[in-house]
Write a new protein. Structure first.
Length: 751
């Protein structure tokens, strides 16, 4: 009778497993994982016990385990071999949207290998029917409490790492991320740890920087003041606000040197490694082998080798893009966030963290200094600088003999082609002087919005609700969102007309116009189509610095981190490109981009020029950027956001429901909205109604890669109650298979 009850209980638990598995297959929070193969369960939360790696009832594995248990009834939990006190129970988390850790035991053959502790290592273990990589976050010789005696523990299959690859501080950080970004601890840890298992020698990055010296230069008074303000305090939050070319990097590096003298480590974040080779090379020259570099261009094995150097304290300064914020240092003294305003610091996949927020948390918990810097701070950072919660440090002049360039706006209405007469004349004059030109357009390809001029029909992606872009070099129509491509149409499929054309243009079209107008100039295009070719980015930058390229045309790659003495003229081909996107940050991004691109001119000479072409030349964003009215722009932007209750006057959570069945997507979105409004829109006893709800509504990109998308936004002073309550709500919705919910806390894009 007792055995029957036990079997009934296990069958009931297995039913919970399968029900929960269906929820996971339906897309519980995570957008990045395929459906689980079997038996990953939140039984701990449902049945009030700790989840374990249990086998399915009736399988050979369970029968063997039961036989072993029968042979030695004094051994609890169904494991075999050794005294109960010598058995090691491991708490393992996985890169799956599951709330709890799972309990496994260390098999005898692995225990005999002499591992003193497995916390911080990766292991391979069965979860349901799938063999997955897991992360050990705890261990004990005590049997997990609250479990019935009949529960059978699975053994891990193997230990992947000889040494730990993460420490206790990262385990705590992963737990904080799980609560903050509504993900699982396993998803957070998985995102932190680089892949690869074999240590190899890492080749040094090529040192080709001519404008930098490995030795420290004599700092200006403003730089000295900034360094002293930072380093006289053991901790604190600072913002280094300085115009382009004012020497922010030197301040960061001097603060790093003083931090190393204290025996503490440094994390130095840059927006994108591929765009900041100058900074990386400079740090290599300045700090030598003490610097480790973490970025996507390294192979997985190279990344894990660098990672272990940090763990072993062989590298005390870490430089890298967004994910370098997870560098496994337990004695951080300084975190630098260069170009803090950049959107690339925000992750676009689960967990959707912002490196700035993670850096603030790590600096706070470790008592470190946090220093952010930019010539165009984010609106949130500007607000906190002026409130005093960030200590503002300012650099007001260029150090290389240059001055801020003169800026001129050209109205492009009625102008044929991509180059106005004013810009062509300025290019010709610059080339006649033997100087160089940078042209910027944040749109790839030859032309977008390919359409029929007779009936107005357009050619959109079959998977997404966006127009295809024509790429002349490959003679293909390409979707820049999902990658779909096709041959160009020769006739309109709707009316048969041969009168087809473009309404917008990209960098390929500008390149064609330049070749026609300046056939003798050496012109080079630099965008992601070019840069994805191995070595092409470095080659182009090296040749432009050497003066063998006259005109450099590109997208955002030419807007950031480039410092060339020969540049006199910068032309912004179309300043309106991102101005009218349906996103409350569009004005901020447009202002920042114009200012940053303009900053490439006049760095070494006082005769820099910037020409801004625009179809809306009277727009206040373009006018303020051209007139360098930075204070006025931030004041106006903050007034607008306060009226609309957008950040920094609120926090935002965005929920995106997506799937291939639009009716199911809308159904789940409405249910989500109703549940959230019922729970949070009306104040309870002693509570304030402090949430605003927007939507549900179609996302600006309604269809993406064959998935329909509906979003809902919640605005409030604090997101804590939402972050705590949302996981349970998502679980209770029992999402249909193929329907996913993306949770984005403090989103940087609303498209």
């Amino acid at each position: 009778m007792a055995q029957g009850k036990k079997r009934d209980l296990r069958e009931q638990l297995w039913s919970i497993v399968n029900d929960f598995e269906d929820s996971v297959r339906g897309g519980l929070r995570s957008t990045d994982h395929p459906p689980l193969a079997a038996g990953t369960t939140a039984a701990g939360a449902t049945a009030g016990v700790q989840p374990v790696g249990m086998g399915r009832p009736g399988t050979a594995q369970d029968k063997n385990a039961q036989n072993k248990k029968t042979q030695d009834k004094n051994r609890p939990g169904g494991f075999s071999g050794g005294d109960p006190g010598t058995v090691k129970y491991l708490q393992v988390v996985f890169n799956r949207p599951l709330e709890n850790a799972f309990s496994y035991i260390l098999p005898e053959n692995l225990a005999e290998a002499g591992h003193s502790s497995l916390v911080g290592r990766r292991v391979q273990a069965l979860l349901g029917r799938s063999s997955l990589t897991g992360f050990v976050v705890g261990e004990s010789h005590e049997r997990p409490q609250g479990l019935p005696d009949h529960v059978v523990f699975r053994e891990i299959e193997r230990v992947i790492d000889d040494q730990p690859v993460f420490n206790a501080e990262l385990v705590e950080l992963a737990q904080w991320m799980a609560q903050t970004y509504v993900c699982s601890q396993g998803e957070a840890i998985s995102h932190m740890i680089p892949g690869g298992r074999n240590d190899i020698e890492i080749p040094a990055l090529p040192v080709e920087v001519e404008g930098f010296s490995p030795e420290s230069v004599e700092p200006s008074d403003e730089q000295r003041h900034a360094v002293n303000a930072i380093c006289t305090k053991k901790s604190g939050s600072f913002y280094l606000y300085g115009i382009t070319g004012s020497g922010k990097t030197e301040v960061f590096l001097r603060a790093a040197e003083k931090t190393l003298e204290e025996g503490r480590g440094i994390i130095y974040l840059v927006p994108e490694i591929s765009l900041t080779h100058q900074v990386v090379d400079f740090i290599r020259l300045r700090f030598g082998d003490r610097a480790a570099i973490l970025h996507s261009e390294l192979s997985p094995s190279q990344r894990i080798a660098e990672w272990r150097k940090i763990l072993l304290r062989e590298s005390r300064l870490v430089i890298g893009a967004r994910s370098a914020v997870f560098a496994p240092m337990d004695d951080i003294g300084l975190i630098v966030i260069d170009e803090e305003h950049e959107g690339s610091y925000k992750s676009g996949s689960t967990p959707r963290y912002h490196a700035r927020q993670v850096a603030m948390h790590r600096a706070s918990t470790q008592g470190a200094r946090l220093v952010m810097g930019s010539a165009t701070p984010s609106v949130e950072a500007w607000y906190h600088m002026h409130r005093g919660s960030l200590e503002k440090l300012q650099l007001s002049r260029r150090l290389s003999g240059g001055a801020l360039p003169t800026l001129r706006i050209v109205n492009m209405r009625g102008v044929e082609g991509s180059l106005s007469g004013e810009l062509q004349g300025a290019i010709r004059g610059t080339l006649d002087q033997g100087r160089q030109v940078i042209l910027f357009l944040n749109r790839r390809g030859f032309g977008s919005f390919y359409h029929c001029r007779s009936c107005g029909g357009d050619f959109s992606c079959t998977r997404c609700s966006v127009s295809l872009t024509y790429h002349k070099a490959s003679n293909r129509m390409v979707c820049h969102h999902c990658g779909y491509n096709q041959d160009p149409e020769s006739a309109c499929p709707e009316c048969g007309s041969l009168d087809l054309g473009f309404s917008n243009f990209g960098t390929e079209k500008v390149e064609s116009d330049l070749a026609h107008s300046f056939p003798n100039a050496e012109t080079r295009r630099l965008d992601t189509d070019i840069a994805r070719k191995k070595g092409e980015l470095e080659k182009t930058i090296r040749e432009f610095r050497a003066g063998t390229i006259d005109i450099l045309l590109g997208t955002q790659m030419v807007a950031k981190g480039l410092n060339f003495p020969g540049v006199k003229l910068v032309g912004i081909i179309l300043a309106d490109a991102a101005l009218h996107l349906p996103d409350f940050r569009s004005y901020e991004r447009s202002f920042s981009l114009i200012t940053q691109v303009a900053g490439r001119a006049g760095r070494y000479h006082a005769d820099g020029q910037v020409i801004i072409q625009s179809l809306n030349s009277t727009h206040h964003v373009i006018r303020m950027a051209a007139e360098n009215r930075i204070e006025d722009f931030y004041r106006k932007e903050l007034e607008s956001r306060k009226a609309l209750r957008f950040p920094p006057f609120s926090r935002v959570m965005r929920l995106v429901v997506r799937g291939k069945d639009s009716s199911q997507v809308w159904n789940i979105a409405r249910r989500l909205s109703d549940e959230l409004r019922n729970r949070f829109a009306s104040p309870g006893p002693g509570q304030e109604a402090n949430y605003d709800f927007l939507g549900p509504a179609e996302s600006p990109i309604w269809k993406l890669n064959n998935n329909f998308r509906v979003h809902l936004m919640i605005l409030g002073a604090k997101l804590g109650p939402l972050q705590s309550w949302l996981p349970g709500l998502l679980l209770s919705l029992r999402l249909p298979r193929g329907i996913y919910v993306e949770v984005d806390v403090d989103p940087q894009s609303l498209l």
